[in-house]
Design a protein around this ligand. Sequence first.
Ligand code: GAR
Length: 210
Amino acid sequence: MKTYVILISGRGTNMEAILSADLPGRCAAVISNRPDAAGLAFAAGRGVATVVVDHKAHADRAAFDAALAAAIDRLAPDLVVLAGFMRVLGDDFVRRYEGRLLNIHPSLLPSFPGLRTHAAALAAGVRLHGATVHFVTPSLDCGPIVVQAAVPVLAADTADTLAARVLVQEHTIYPQAVRWFLEGRLRLEGSRVWLNGECDATGVLIAPTG
Ligand code: GAR
């Protein structure tokens, strides 16, 4: 059975969705860069080991990345799942886990990388917004796309209502992508994502109406 670790920085609702999805793999630990991350309590309550690698305890990004990689490597996971992990990871770290490092971002990448994606989508006037699960590559919020979910942008939306609608979809597509990986159906080859032995089957776009 494959194992995975989940990295969080805060409330951890995507982590909750993954831990609640009855996946065919074992979560070896939830790792946070913040000792006060709310999601740690949920993980502990589920009997999942929790680890804190406090970024404030390290002099620079390289030192933090090295400590984080050491914590991950002690657990020897098959997959590293970034779920609301809000530290930028250096190129060496990303390359170390190439092909087994997934992230979720709250936009239809490559639109709206970075922070405050929902406000940016509203300001841009897009009619569709959403979320993206992707393999992580050295550039921020970018990398080969595994699955995206789209939601309509409504006239009455605020950044908060739009974020809530997107989050519902995040909780569907992220456990799905992790499941594919754990089942051995999902892999990265060069810059292409393969699902079920095909490289055109991914990028599945779900467009729910509400
Ligand atoms: C999620 O919306 C996730 O997509 C986003 O942070 C939130 C974490 O929520 N991630 C990023 O912005 C990464 N660039 P959660 O802690 O409840 O899962």
